[in-house]
Write a protein that binds this ligand. Sequence first.
Ligand code: ADP
Ligand code: MG
Length: 233
Amino acid sequence: MRSSPNIIEIKSLNKIYKKGDIQIPAIRELDCSIGKGSFTSVIGKSGSGKSTLLNLIGGLDKADSGRILFNGKDMSSFNRKEMALHRRTSVGMIFQSFNLIHHRTALGNVMLALAFGGVNSGKRKKRAMELLSDVGLGNRMDHKPTELSGGEAQRAGIARALANRPVLLLADEPTGNLDSQTAEEIMALLTGLNKQGLSIIMVTHDQESATTVSDRVIRLKDGQIIEDKKVQI
Ligand code: ADP
Ligand code: MG
């Protein structure tokens, strides 16, 4: 198989939510390719389909029709086991509300992700400590999410997302709950990860940060791409 320069190739993708008799098309005939090593921002009004698109790429949800090729592999052909593996090891996800497990410490959250990724128990603690140090949280590992600031919680979320060495990071409004100074620090962390070769797709409300950190900005409206711009950085 010829290796593609794209980590993601999306063809005629459709996702329709059904609520009783009502059908809500969230993604409509969407086509898009995302290059390996790129940093793409996805913007658009609330309800335009941004989270749905990330969830489909992340394997949290299944499309109704169309295809997503991940590193050349058609995700619609994945069985449950392959999809679980995709979620645990191929992609990492971070969220606006961090989605950490509340009764576990930062270290515990990262160790759990490592367990899901199949890292054996003897190696988890050391690796989790390294991951947390790498994101600047070396001195807060034993804190639970409620004992962390928003920025610290997002750093823990990033460490968890990176636990199983994903090739693609999906970020859904990662700075939506943060003040502007902290948001800048998180953006700088993401930029650094991208420079190390990690591909990133980030949904954001913040058009300014989209154009400063990413090399491409895609605008969604009603589940379709209405604008797709390269950014000089
Ligand atoms: P965004 O992230 O851009 O705000 P979403 O992807 O969350 O948008 O939602 C796209 C559309 O799909 C919206 O109209 C939303 O109401 C609808 N939607 C999202 N999730 C669900 C769901 N689980 N059930 C029904 N409709 C949904
Ligand atoms: Mg959303």
